[in-house]
Ligand binder design. Sequence first.
Ligand code: PDD
Length: 283
Amino acid sequence: MSRTVYVNGSYLPEEEATVSVFDRGFLFADGVYEVTSVLDGQLIDFDGHAKRLERSLGELDMDSPVSMDELRDIHRELVRRNDLREGGVYLQITRGAADRDFLFPEGAEPTIVLFTQAMNLTNSPKAEKGLKVISIPDIRWGRRDIKTVQLLAPSLGKMEAKKAGCDDAWMIEDGFVTEGTSNNAYIVKGGTIITRDLSNAILHGITRAAVLRFAREAQMKVEERSFTIDEAKDADEAFITSATTFVTPVVEIDGQQIGEGVPGTVAKRLREIYLEESRKLAD
Ligand code: PDD
């Protein structure tokens, strides 16, 4: 069935929605995005995503064509029109269409596109079984804190993982894990949850922020610091977080089983807490 999507002020059937061939998102990956999850037809942590979007736009000296309140309404309207119960809303804003030039155009109208994706988030078989990941070099640019649409490196990483019979890849820089291709990476050792500290080296995950807050509230020990891939392989547990995976255990890295090779108790508990608390805050 055809979805209703949002493009530059209009709600349209997906077949009728278009953007210019001169759009800088298309020509230069000159755009930013957000993915907000939807549970029971409600948005999870829209405010967090809106804040990060404003920051991404600001770092690229780009304007939003709509206010964050309008954006929330558009998200809700799209969820309603598509009768989405569970899945995500994808949002992209680019600098707009202009004759091809590396310099930013003056006066170009930003392009804004939103669409929904139905997904089974809560009863995911991957969350039950746990993920197998490989490690790969992190070949991305130096501003991973900005959520740009330059996703070729993560896409290549996921293809490499698939070819290796695995689910995903963790990226390595200077011997340390940065993050997963589309998620933040964690290990658990002696009951302590360890995840890389915030910097330009990783995306500042909205799920990460919520999970760390819930973990601390539940008196769990959290350390925000870099860890090596060897430390990860020697950990008791490993897991990832993102808007579309929530908390999902990792049971194997580079063919080596983590802990008992099954989803760990800390990851399982955090997933439960995250789902429970996020549902309370959903709107
Ligand atoms: N990815 N790190 C990277 C590189 C990501 O692309 C993402 C999100 C995250 C987790 O961020 P959050 O918790 O805010 O979703 C971390 C989204 C889901 C995607 O590209 O589909």
